[in-house]
Design a binder for this molecule. Structure first.
Ligand code: NI
Ligand code: MN
Length: 234
């Protein structure tokens, strides 16, 4: 697809997305695999995953960060406190950053942007403060600009994300209950003005009721809502 200029974006159910650039950089966002009922079980991850990006500390976004980082030799990129938490859980290579910052990951400039959501990490010792929730804008050199919103409500400053980075593909949660639903995601689309929306964070659990079909009926003409099965790519 020409919009992607050789970059492949694969949805792995829930908010888990694999980005593979034309130059061969593999980035996995929010790995939720073992306990993700929508993860495509037959899907084989690339041997090398250079970076794992985490939007926030909830289990449905980080639960497979340690095993994937260990097996695939990945550097984990997350908000400062979450990166430190995962270093404490055994991840050898981490990059801690914060909102508004950009790190260069091979041919991808990853900018951490705002999200409106809670962000504690839970383990057998309780709930830990692991920084704030975030989204990522990925500006691929000679490629597309991607935005993964993480978990969030709609917020007016999405307009700033559009003004600064011009994302062409917006990956937005639409399930409702824990994040925005289709009604709010339609307004997010208006603020972000992407060419395509890849809906995330729906249908995984019964509480996540929002559907891509609802979103299709709400977005303005000119924005394509991409409907993938887990394991499929754009
Ligand atoms: Ni969450
Ligand atoms: Mn979530």
């Amino acid at each position: 697809m020409s919009l992607l200029k050789g970059t492949r974006v694969t949805w792995l159910g829930h908010s888990t997305v694999l980005v593979q650039t034309a130059k061969g950089t593999n980035i996995l966002i929010d790995p939720f695999i073992a306990h993700n009922p929508k993860y495509p079980k037959s899907f084989v991850l690339p041997d090398k995953i250079h970076y794992i990006l985490l939007t926030h500390g909830h289990g449905d976004h980080i639960s497979d960060a340690v095993p994937v980082a260990t097996k695939h030799g990945s550097t984990v990129v997350a908000v400062y406190e979450l990166a430190a938490y995962l270093a404490g859980k055994g991840v050898a290579d981490t990059i801690g950053m914060n909102l508004g910052g950009t790190v260069q990951l091979e041919d991808v400039a990853a900018t951490m942007v705002d999200a409106k959501h809670s962000a504690g990490a839970q383990d057998e010792h309780g709930t830990h403060y692991v920084g704030v929730a975030a989204g990522f804008v990925l500006t691929v050199a000679d490629g597309p600009v991607l935005y993964h919103a993480g978990d969030t409500s709609v917020f007016g400053d999405m307009k700033l994300i559009a003004e600064l980075y011009h994302p062409e593909i917006a990956m937005l949660p639409i399930g409702g209950h824990y994040t925005m639903g289709p009604k709010e995601a339609a307004l997010a689309a208006k603020l972000l003005a992407p060419r395509m929306i890849l809906p995330l964070h729906f249908g995984t659990f019964p509480l996540l009721q929002g559907t891509p079909e609802e979103l299709v009926g709400l977005v303005e003409y000119g924005v394509e809502v991409v409907r993938l099965m887990p394991g499929e790519s754009i």
